[in-house]
Structure formats: structure tokens, C-alpha cells
Design a protein around this ligand. Sequence first.
Ligand code: AMP
Ligand code: ZN
Length: 471
Amino acid sequence: MSLELFNTLSRRVEPFTVRDPAGRKVGMYCCGPTVHDHAHIGNFKTFVLADFVRRYLEFRGYEVTHVMNITDVEDKIIRRVRETGQSLREYTGRYESAFLEDHRALNCLPPHHLPRATEYVPEIVTLIGRLLERGLAYQATDGSVYFSIEKYQGCGCRYGQLLNLNLEQMRPGGRVGADEYDKEAVADFALWKARVPEDGEVFWPSPWGEGRPGWHIECSAMGMKLLGPSFDLHLGGEDLVFPHHEDEIAQSEGAGVQVPGERFVRHWIHGAFLLVEGRKMSKSLGNFFTLRDLLAKGFGGREIRYLLLTAHYRESFNFTLDGLAGARTALARFDECGRRLEELAGGVEAAAEPGLVGRFTEALDDDLNASAAWGAIFEWVREQNRLMAEGRLPAVEAAAAFAAWRLVGGTLGLLVSTVVEVPAEVQALADQRLAARKAKDFKQADVLRDQLKALGWVVEDTPKGPKLKRI
Ligand code: AMP
Ligand code: ZN
């Protein structure tokens, strides 16, 4: 079987095909964070999904170029810049760094490109210019440039590809200046927003006067610049279907830069919301946890990642602290199995045992059915534990099982490195402690243990000698 994914565009599960004639390269764009505040773990559900999709595609032999933009200018940011009196870069820089730190803490691979919207204003201006040239955009009396839905439809294009819209309800000539609006407010949307006094110093020159880009055009310009006018995969949370992604399609396809017959994007993936007591986790409802909140409660990035990846990506679920505690227990079971397999393998190398890898692949090829994949993993863990308990797992088989465990864990981004890099300073303290113990100077050994602890390391005395572990 080959990989099949639900495509929001066709509203069905379909084979994943790529533009590359060799069938290997994948261009993938995920709408990144709006750096107006700390991201919450609902946001991270979407970014962890993107990382997981990338890792799984790589596991399936694809060569992925992953782009995630940083939205560093939009309505909310401008408001905050005005309130704090900082410069745009000062303000957004802080949240961008915090975001990237959290992204790493969740073991997300760094995207190949992290374009900032403010660094793509020339590309945005060119794209708007092209839409004006083609008669699909117009400058209104307030100086802003809008996308004309009527003209776009007049060219035989469809507005409402990702979501069925009742365009009858549209007010002719209606315009919407805000970046976020709902489907009841379908109207011409802003591509370029003319400078107003509240924008302060946040503006750029353009052929239509000073102003700033609208949110939707930013992603069209960055995506097409970095991945070409047509690319394979576009991701985001389910709230981005409309208007953000619908508008991205309209602007990008309206510019007519694709090879005839090619779409802007082939596959659209949208992740379901992370909920709290049945409601979307969001800043506006105030029902959110940031990663930092959870780390302060003693949870780790890996446990949070596990929790975010347990359900099917198109199913929303409630976040609870009990759920996180459950994640801890489940991961401990998974880790313990790997640890014992490694020990039994005793350094023997073997190719991954195909049973687990096969079941894992079968589950994930079916529209990334992570819950089925976890079901297969834990059934396998039980089986390995039974074989080990009965002493029926020889070293070569344990080695093959351990290789499969690593492959699956790595694809989920949940592998803890068993090969721990020990800094020289830490190793020296551990050696001194061992020497002190051998000399029966236990007092000194305890002092050295405390020094190691202060550096974030613990020593465990095992039958094979002391082992260093990160706290
Ligand atoms: P933003 O920084 O607000 O642009 O959001 C970044 C990403 O997080 C977008 O893809 C949103 O769709 C996604 N997102 C926002 N809230 C949630 C949530 N509760 N669960 C899952 N994804 C979310
Ligand atoms: Zn976007």
C-alpha cells in the first residue's frame, strides 16, 4: 500500500502524489506562528503535526523541503507594538526566539526555511502588482488594495474551493479589512493596507502608497518564492481553512503563475483543534497552557509531544493534566522495553524487525492513523516483554527488535538518545567519584555526586559500573 491522505480540497482520502517526476521531492509549507505572544500548546498541536508529517514522509523515502513562515506583521502585532512602544522587530524578536525554543523542546526538526513576512515585502508587492495588472485587485478610496472576488469568479475561477460558501449572501462591493473574518463576512479582502496613524512606524513604501501587507498575501508570496508557484503540501490548523487558505488559493491561482492544469497546492492537510473542556484552546477564551506553563509543572517536552500525537490528527480531543500523566506512564513503558531490548542485544547490530515496522507503516499510510499506530506499538511492546520474561528472545532477535523500536520511535520524534554525550567536565567528576568510592571515601563521593547533580547529572551504580544520566 502507498500513503493516502485526506485532502481538504477534494474532501476525501486520496493517494499522496507529488509533482516531482521521480516521485521523491516534496515541497511542504506550514503556516507558522503569529509572533504576538507565546504560542500555546494548541498552536503546537499543529506544528508537531507538521513535524510528524515531515518525519513520516522522510521515513517513506521522500526528500522534504519544509517551510514554516514567521508572521511578524499583522493586525494583532501592530496593536501590541503600539501598546508597548517597542519597535516591530524588538517586539516580535522576543516571541520568535521563545517560539523556536519551544519548537525545539518539542523535538520538532528545524524547518529548512523560516521566512519572516517582513523580509518578503518586495515579493508581496510584486504579487499584488500582478493581481492588479490582471484586473483581479483594485485600490479603494482609502488607499488600500483589495482582492476582487467577483472579478476572480468572472475569470472562471472558483472562490470556495476548500469550503462550500454561500456566495449569494455576499454583499456586492463589500470589503473586509481585517485579517481574520468568518464565512458570513465573505467580501473582498485586503492585500495591501494603506498606512493609518495607528500603524505608527510599521509601514513600507509601495506603488500604492505607504502601508503594509495583509496576512493572507504574505503566505502566498513566501510559499511560491521558496517552493515554486505549485507545490505539494500545505498544512495548518482547521481554523485556517477559511479565510486564510481560501484566500491564499485565490491570490496564488489568480496571479496565473502556475503551469496550465497545475494547482497552487495539491494536498491540503488541516489538523483538528486541541480542546479544553470541549472548547478550542485559544488565547481569546483564556483556556490555554503554554509549553512553559507545563514545563514549570514538571512535565517534559517529550511527554507533551507524545500526547499531541496520540489521537488521529483530524480528531480534536480535550487536553487535561491527567492526559499528560498518562503520557508519562505510556512513554515509560515504551522506554523500558527499548532499554531492556538494548541490554539483551548487548551491542549486536541487526536490521529492524519487519513485523513492527510493517504494522506501523500500514497504520500511518492510512491517512496518518496515529492511534492505530500506537495500538500496534503497544501490542508489540507487550509481546516483546512476554518473550523477554520467558527468556525466549536471543540477542540477534533482541537487536532486530531494538532496531525496529528505534526506527519507529525516531519517526515519531520520540526517541531518547541512549547514547548520551557526556561533557568532559562531568565525566571527570564521575571518575573522581568512582575513585573516591574505591578508596572508601564515601563522604567525598557524596560531595562529587552533589556537584554532578548541580550540573544536571545523576550517577546510577549498576552491576556494570556507574552510569551517568541527565536529570
Ligand atoms: P497563530 O499563531 O494564531 O497564527 O496559529 C498558529 C497555528 O496554530 C495555526 O495553524 C492555527 O490553526 C493553529 N491553532 C490555533 N489554535 C489551535 C488549537 N486549539 N488546536 C490546534 N491548532 C491550533
Ligand atoms: Zn499562512
